[in-house]
Ligand binder design. Structure first.
Ligand code: NAP
Length: 256
């Protein structure tokens, strides 16, 4: 029997942490990535051990492409061949403001972590996957956590929006390349989710959701995004690839 093994980037907190737990609850062993091998990952690893699944902590910066293949090799050396990649790690802008004031370093950071990192990590994952025989009964997938901002403009965070639009197109490109290989690629677009990333703005997001911005009058929870990812990785949306899956309480449903 082929074990399902997933790498979740940015697993230390927020959506990544919830996703690692949801996948482990579905029977996946998990490579746990974050910037630092700190107590957040240790605690998460212990929680996953309690669920009866194996973990390996592999800290690296997803924006550093030299780390990608050695890190995948390290994880596979401990847990066995990876079947699933969740490109979740992401960062916001250095400071919210007028696009006319955006500095190059904030643009470059967003692009490196939110777009270039997922592109080359997917490439490294896919090269390894395609170099070996695969079990036709196993779902192999890449799940990119992009954002509603891949299509919806947030003026004070334009460089973030641009990086997420790039990541969304990257999802479609890899879905096209990997479809003939029966490897699924999904673009999961969260809306307003309550995580450490959004803690300074979550009250205003909640008010706007209640005010009609979202069809469901509330912000979302990391566990709700995680449940969608675990279902995708487990093959609950068969014959589906390359598409956007919105987890946004209906925020982007067109209305007039
Ligand atoms: P978060 O609370 O800020 O958590 C992100 C995690 O990624 C942190 O553990 C962070 O580590 C890690 N990370 C950051 N840069 C990294 C890098 N270069 N390499 C490896 N790990 C890195 O964010 P979140 O809200 O859970 O967001 C997760 C993903 O969902 C992101 O891609 C985000 O853009 C996307 N998203 C979030 C929302 C939302 O409303 N929350 C909406 C749409 C899309 P440190 O703690 O060390 O910084």
């Amino acid at each position: 029997m082929t074990r399902q093994v997933a790498l979740v980037t940015g697993a230390g907190r927020g959506i990544g942490r919830a996703t690692a737990l949801a996948l482990a609850s579905s029977g996946f062993d998990i490579g746990l990535n974050d910037l630092q091998p700190d107590e957040h990952l240790e605690t998460l690893s212990a929680e996953i051990d309690d669920l009866g699944q194996r973990t390996h902590i592999c800290a690296f910066d997803v924006g550093d492409t030299t780390q990608h293949d050695p890190s995948l090799a390290e994880i596979e050396g401990v847990l066995g061949p990876l079947t699933t990649l969740v490109n979740n790690a992401g960062i916001g802008v250095v400071s919210r403001g007028d696009p006319l004031d955006v500095q190059e370093n904030s643009f470059d950071r967003c692009m490196a972590v939110n777009a270039k990192g997922p592109f080359f990590l997917t490439q490294a994952f896919a090269r390894r996957l395609l170099s070996r025989s695969r079990n036709p009964n196993v779902v192999y997938s890449v799940i990119n956590i992009t954002s509603s901002n891949a299509s919806a403009v947030a003026v004070p965070r334009t460089e973030y929006c641009a990086s997420k639009a790039a990541a969304s197109m990257i999802s479609k490109c890899f879905a096209t390349r990997l479809g003939p290989e029966n490897v699924m690629v999904y673009d999961v677009q969260p809306g307003l989710i309550e995580t450490p990333m959004t803690e300074t703005v979550i009250d205003s997001y909640q008010a706007r959701a209640e005010d009609g911005l979202c069809l469901l009058p509330r912000v979302g929870q990391p566990s709700e995004v995680a449940a969608v990812v675990a279902n995708l990785a487990g093959g609950c949306l068969p014959y589906t690839t390359g598409h956007v899956i919105s987890v946004d309480g209906g925020m982007l449903v067109p209305r007039f």
